[in-house]
Design a protein around this ligand. Structure first.
Ligand SMILES: [Fe+2]
Length: 405
């Protein structure tokens, strides 16, 4: 295929015909609550190797569920600090109904990892430093941002800061020195919550504050479970309430990661693919450049429509909000974040994370700043505006994707 731009094509009729044919195939799926996913396209399928891996993973998960259904499979919690006692139910009365485990303790969650591979961080699960580190290098490492002004909804005090990190520091000083960081998940506040087999699920619009302390460590300072002013503020000095508050953050963070980031990016990829197929002829150089990046996008998204966001899918089972609310959150995330703000240099600047000197370091201290990467200040392009990029190479004037030419 000879690549050419529209005005250089020696066969303009053939080009128009190819583009018209693609517009018959590539459309948006109007049934996905506003997610810009492609309508089904029979162009790709999973490889045999991937299919085998899927069977292997499904088998492992089935074994885990079997272990959860039969407490005899699971490790019983031993005495505090002692070895586990095998052969006894993991939790008395723990299995209450078919297909469902009543998880009443951290030990019960631990027992699940007798069949699943254990995460490397399991031993640190309750560590405050690790909790903070997850905000920088966990499943959702791009939401925390430097706090430049106090948040009136979340009036943390100097006494609470000192309860978290000791004497000698203050909020004003930490903020002035660029050492305060906020995690704002208030977008989850008030959204409908789901239920699994009759049991309510919970997530909340939590706010959390972190500091790079004077000793250089990155620490959590305080958590507020709701953006409503006057809600209780919890600090590391609050024992079990602190542990629950951290769980609130983890739940909200995982909802954000799963819905807004993961599902959002699946959908954004699909939007680019549909637009590329509808607006750029197959021999357009830009389409040829983009197309390898879309490999398996439609196949994965077709699976996702059923297995993840469809009725009875993973969102229905695992997300705290209802499936519909989680998808709506993803749509909102796409609409409220301009494309230009997603450029790495722009994103880092908006989060106040483009400063290598003041950025928190990882516990392992293997790098000066985990937020940096190849996009260091000074090497970035000069056009970092927040406006969406205007396409300059489209084949034709704007048409309405999904409605056909
Ligand atoms: Fe994915």
């Amino acid at each position: 295929m000879n690549l050419s731009l529209p005005h250089d094509d020696a066969a303009p009729e053939a080009r128009r015909a190819a583009l018209a044919a693609d517009r018959e195939v590539w459309r948006f799926d109007p049934t996905q609550r506003g997610l810009p996913l492609a309508a089904k396209v029979d162009s790709e399928s999973y490889s045999m190797a991937f299919g085998l891996r899927y069977v292997e993973t499904s088998t492992m998960l089935a074994a885990t569920r079997a272990a959860a259904l039969d407490p005899g499979w699971a490790r019983a919690p031993g005495p505090p600090g002692g070895a586990a006692a095998p052969g006894r139910p993991a939790q008395e009365g723990g299995v209450t109904r078919a297909g469902m485990v009543s998880v009443r303790s951290i030990d019960h969650y631990d027992a699940l990892f007798d069949t699943l591979p254990s995460p490397a961080y399991r031993a640190w699960a309750q560590d405050d430093g690790f909790f903070a580190w997850q905000r920088l290098a966990g499943c959702n490492a791009t939401h925390i941002r430097r706090q430049r002004e106090a948040d009136p909804r979340f009036p943390v005090t100097d006494a609470q800061l000192r309860a978290a990190v000791g004497e000698g520091d203050s909020l004003d000083r930490a903020r002035a020195e660029g050492r305060l960081f906020a995690l704002d998940l208030s977008a989850l506040h008030g959204i409908p919550q789901g239920a699994t087999q009759g049991r309510a699920r919970y997530s909340s619009g939590v706010l959390a504050l972190f500091v790079r302390a004077l000793d250089g460590s990155f620490r959590p300072v305080a958590i507020q479970g709701s953006p409503v002013a006057g809600s209780p503020i919890v600090t590391p000095a609050d024992g079990e309430r602190w542990r629950h508050a951290k769980l609130d953050v983890q739940v909200a963070d995982s909802v954000w990661a799963g819905a807004v980031m993961h599902l959002g990016f699946h959908s954004l990829s699909a939007a680019f693919q549909v637009c590329a197929a509808r607006e750029l002829a197959p021999n357009h150089p830009l389409r040829r450049l983009l197309w390898p990046h879309f490999e398996m996008t439609t196949a994965a998204n077709e699976t996702m429509k059923d297995a993840v966001i469809g009725p009875g899918g993973f969102f229905d089972e695992l997300m705290a909000p209802t499936r519909e609310a989680a998808v709506d959150l993803a749509v909102r995330g796409l609409r409220e974040r301009p494309l230009g703000d997603r450029a790495p240099w722009r994103d880092l600047a908006l989060r106040g994370a483009d400063d290598a000197v003041r950025c928190p370091s990882t516990p392992t201290a293997t790098t000066a700043c985990p937020w940096r990467g190849p996009f260091a200040a000074g090497s970035r392009p000069t056009s970092g505006s927040g406006t969406a990029t205007t396409p300059t190479s489209r084949e034709t004037p704007s048409s309405s994707p999904g409605t056909g030419p």
